[in-house]
Design a protein around this ligand. Structure first.
Ligand SMILES: O=C(O)CCC(=O)C(=O)O
Ligand SMILES: [Fe+2]
Length: 373
């Protein structure tokens, strides 16, 4: 983990995008998990079909009725904001402690502006935490809490995230079950068991996108002009989190009410996702695209910063165990006329390839059956 001195942080030049803000995504597919749980066999089948349609379409949809306590969500959001409001040195100190038990070069812990280790930069700071089988966030645990040097705020954030992970992972697995059902697969837990496995390589990322610096300055001196600039989306927009697909099986995202998330549509254009702090958003990840032989689409997405308000998002990434061999499911290959689109590989292999590539790269190309190494 690179720990940057404060001065150095401020000198990093960030990518500015000159294009106009894209139109809002008008048809975010919505899946009501309460209807799947309480709607009888027919109701569940309808929800499973809707999930499959959304995964085949945008590879992205909204989930409601999931039963995660609203109060927990509000507390996670408050604790995350409090953590990111700490002085820079304290956040970095939390990192040092958090990252200590992890292997050298571990991506876990706190980072600012640097995304991964291949030169990707964004107007974002984040905590990246490993998720253990018990549903806890390993990278923030410190041996012997009483001896912990973590600031109290990050201890309470850690406890809340522990609780959050349990709920959100259960929801992710319910959604994965619906995907299998909707696809007509015999093994209904074929996807969920990978995320529930005690060796599952799942993660949690808490992102904080501060308001654009020039907007913040002009808000103080000329509030009306700054608000108009932010609302209009003109001029340069900062890249918060550059375009990418998530490598894992499934990602479940929740954010506060600040906009910024955009997804790439099948025609290559971009659409802004209207924020909704009362719902979760699900992304199909690369591993699920492989398992479904390309039937489900790993959605390309990014975060652009053009708001006066900070954006806070929490994303659970459900991944398989490192040694798991990933390959297109035979029944889906058969349905695709016997055409197998990806060679098999272990999750460990995929991740080590992903860590060597830039954020925006299409990593799945390397594993296509037509691809040459
Ligand atoms: O912060 C967000 O809203 C999305 C970030 C993201 O795509 C990621 O962390 O993988
Ligand atoms: Fe992502």
């Amino acid at each position: 983990m690179v720990v940057l001195a404060k001065g150095e942080l401020e000198q990093i030049a960030l990518p500015a995008a000159v294009q106009k803000a894209p139109p809002p995504l008008a048809d975010v597919p919505e899946v009501d998990l309460a209807a799947a749980a309480g709607g009888g066999v027919r109701g569940r089948e309808a929800v499973a079909r809707a999930v499959v349609a959304a995964c085949e379409g945008h590879g992205f949809f909204k989930v409601t009725g999931e039963g995660v306590p609203t109060e927990l969500l509000a507390r996670v959001e408050d604790a995350a904001e409090a953590f990111f409001a700490l002085p820079q040195l304290e956040k970095e100190a939390a990192t040092t402690v958090a990252a200590a038990p992890a292997a050298p070069g571990s991506p876990f812990g706190y980072a600012s502006k640097r995304i991964g280790s291949n030169g990707d930069l964004g107007w974002v700071e984040y905590l990246l935490l490993g998720v253990t089988a018990a549903g806890t966030t390993a990278a923030l645990s410190v041996p012997g809490d009483e001896a912990s040097s973590l600031p109290p705020v990050s201890c309470s954030l850690r406890d809340l995230l522990d609780e959050y992970v349990v709920s959100v992972r259960a929801m992710a697995c319910e959604v994965l079950g619906l995907m299998a059902e909707g696809l007509g697969l015999e093994e209904k837990d074929v996807f969920a068991r990978l995320v529930l496995d005690k060796e599952s390589d799942s993660m949690l990322r808490v992102n904080h996108y501060p308001p654009r610096p020039e907007l913040k300055q002009s808000a103080a001196s000329a509030p009306a002009a700054a608000a108009a600039a932010a609302a209009g989306g003109h001029g340069s927009r900062l890249t918060g989190f550059g375009e990418h697909t998530d490598p894992q099986i499934i990602s479940v995202l929740r954010s506060n009410d600040t906009s910024g998330l955009e997804i790439s549509l099948r025609d290559g254009s971009w659409a802004a996702v209207p924020p909704d702090r009362n719902s979760f958003f699900v992304n199909v990840g690369d591993a699920l695209q492989v398992l479904t032989n390309g039937r489900f689409r790993s959605v390309r997405h990014r975060v652009m910063v053009s708001s006066l308000r900070p954006r806070v998002s929490v994303i659970f990434f459900g991944g398989p165990p490192p040694q798991e061999r990933l390959a297109p499911l035979p029944s889906l290959v058969a349905e695709d006329g016997g055409r197998r689109r990806y060679r098999d590989f272990t999750w460990r292999e995929y991740k080590s390839w992903a860590y060597r590539t830039k954020l925006a790269e299409n990593r799945l190309c390397h594993f296509e059956t037509a691809a040459r190494d």
